[in-house]
Ligand binder design. Structure first.
Ligand code: APR
Ligand code: ZN
Ligand code: ZN
Length: 361
C-alpha cells in the first residue's frame, strides 16, 4: 500500500521550499522503506533549490539521514524491518571497473530505488542525491541503508550520511593522514571541522584551522585544531609555514571549493605533501598556477568525493567510536528543528550561524 506522508520539496528554481504530501510506494525488489527519524540540512539541498545541480524539479530534499527500516522488498537480505540505519548515496554496484579493481569507493555505477516517489497528482519527484529524506518515510535501494548501533541518537547518526563523512573521510581515507602528520584545514564549516576531527583521530600532531570568521575558528579549536589562522588578517601560507618549522603542512585539506583557497592549500603544503580538495567548486571557477610548481613540488593533489567512504565499512566504525566517546559527533548538531523549518535553516546556514541544523521527525 502506498504511504501518504509529509515531505519538503523544492517546486521550482529559487522558490522557498514547501511541506507537501508525498506518495511513497511499497518497496519493490531490492528496495527498502525507511521511517526517517532525523535528517541534516546540507548546502547541497540549497544548491538543488537554487538550480545549481539540475533542472529536474520538483526535488524532494534532504539526504543526511538516519531512521528505521519499516519494510523491505523481495531479495533484500542486508537489512530487515526494525534495523536502525544511516542512509547513504553510495550503494556500490560490485561490477563496474572500479569495483572490480577493489576500489568500490570510486564505484561508477552507484544506484538508487527503481520506483519513484510522487506528489498526489502523480508528478514524479527527484530525490536529492537519490535519497530524499526530509520526509516521514522514504524509499531507497537497500544498499543505501547501513545498519549501525541503535544507541546512537538519529540526529547524530544521520550526519555521517553526507557532510561530516565527507570531512572525516577527506582526512582519514583520502589523504590519508597518519600519526605525526601536520595538517592544515582551510574552511572550518561542518566539512572542515569534520576534517579536523578526522586528522585528530588519525593522530596528527599539528592541526591548523584556517577561516575568515573568528566564530568558526573558535569552533575549530573545540574540534581539535591546535592552531588557528584568520586568513583575513594573516597570510595563511606564511603562517602555516611558520607553524611547521618553515616547511608547510604534510596535508592541506581545502574544505571550501574556491580557486584562491585551493592555491593557499597548494602553497601551504610541504614539498611532496598532499592537497585534498573536498569543497565543491562551481562550474565557472578556474585555477591558474605555474605548471612547473605542480611538477616541481611533487606530492599528490587529490579530490575527495564523499570522503572516499565505503558506508558499510566506515559508518559502523565511526558510530562505535562515537559511542566510546572518541568522536564527538554531537558537536555538529547546532539545533534540531521541525520539518517545516528547512527554509529558515537555509538562511541560518548561509549566515554561517550553524554547523548543522537537523530536522527531527
Ligand atoms: N577563506 C577562508 N575561509 C573561508 C573563505 C575564504 N576565502 N570563504 C569561506 N570560508 C569559510 C566560511 O567562513 C565557512 O566557515 O569556509 C567555511 C565553509 O563552511 P560552510 O559554509 O559551513 O560549508 P560546509 O558545509 O563546511 O561545506 C564546505 O564542502 O561539501 C562541500 O558543498 C560543500 O563546498 C562546500 C564545502
Ligand atoms: Zn561499481
Ligand atoms: Zn550533503
Amino acid at each position: 500500500m502506498t504511504s501518504r506522508v509529509r515531505g519538503v520539496i523544492a517546486r521550482s528554481k529559487g522558490e522557498p521550499v514547501e511541506v507537501t504530501t508525498v506518495l511513497v510506494p511499497d518497496p519493490g525488489p531490492g528496495e527498502a522503506l525507511v521511517a526517517v527519524q532525523a535528517c541534516g540540512v546540507c548546502h547541497t539541498d540549497l544548491h538543488y533549490r537554487e538550480g545549481g545541480i539540475g533542472d529536474d524539479y520538483p526535488y524532494l530534499l534532504g539526504h543526511e539521514a538516519a531512521g528505521v527500516v519499516e519494510a523491505v522488498g523481495d531479495g533484500v537480505t542486508s537489512v530487515a524491518p526494525g534495523d536502525f540505519v544511516i542512509l547513504n548515496w553510495r550503494a556500490v554496484c560490485g561490477e563496474c571497473r572500479a569495483c572490480r579493481r577493489g576500489r568500490p569507493w570510486y564505484c561508477f555505477a552507484t544506484y538508487n530505488a527503481q520506483q519513484k516517489m510522487t506528489l498526489e497528482d502523480g508528478t514524479v519527484l527527484s530525490p536529492a542525491l537519490g535519497i530524499g529524506a526530509f520526509v516521514d518515510k522514504t524509499l531507497v535501494a537497500a544498499g543505501q541503508c547501513t545498519k549501525v548501533d541503535p544507541a546512537v541518537p538519529p540526529e547524530v547518526a544521520g550526519l555521517l550520511g553526507c557532510g561530516v563523512m565527507a570531512g572525516l573521510g577527506a582526512a582519514i581515507n583520502t589523504a590519508p593522514v597518519t600519526r605525526g602528520d601536520s595538517v592544515a584545514v582551510i574552511g572550518c564549516g561542518g566539512v572542515g571541522d569534520a576534517a579536523i576531527l578526522g586528522a585528530r583521530l588519525a593522530g596528527a600532531r599539528t592541526i591548523i584551522g584556517v577561516d575568515i570568521d573568528p566564530r568558526k575558528l573558535e569552533w575549530a579549536k573545540q574540534f581539535g585544531a591546535t592552531h588557528v589562522i584568520n586568513s583575513r588578517e594573516t597570510d595563511p601560507v606564511e603562517r602555516i609555514q611558520e607553524l611547521t618549522g618553515g616547511n608547510g603542512a604534510d596535508v592541506v585539506i581545502e574544505a571550501i571549493g574556491r580557486p584562491e583557497t585551493y592555491l593557499q592549500a597548494f602553497y601551504g603544503r610541504d614539498l611532496a605533501g598532499t592537497v585534498v580538495l573536498v569543497g565543491v567548486p562551481t562550474p565557472d571557477m578556474r585555477l591558474e598556477a605555474p605548471l612547473l610548481d605542480l611538477f616541481g613540488r611533487g606530492g599528490a593533489l587529490k579530490s575527495s568525493w564523499y570522503g572516499d567512504c565505503l558506508p558499510e565499512r566506515d559508518f559502523p566504525v565511526l558510530t562505535d567510536l562515537y559511542l566510546q566517546g572518541r568522536l564527538p559527533l554531537d558537536k555538529f548538531v547546532s539545533e534540531t528543528i521541525a520539518l517545516d523549518q528547512v527554509e529558515p535553516a537555509f538562511a541560518k546556514m548561509e549566515r554561517g550561524e550553524v554547523l548543522r541544523s537537523v530536522v527531527k521527525l
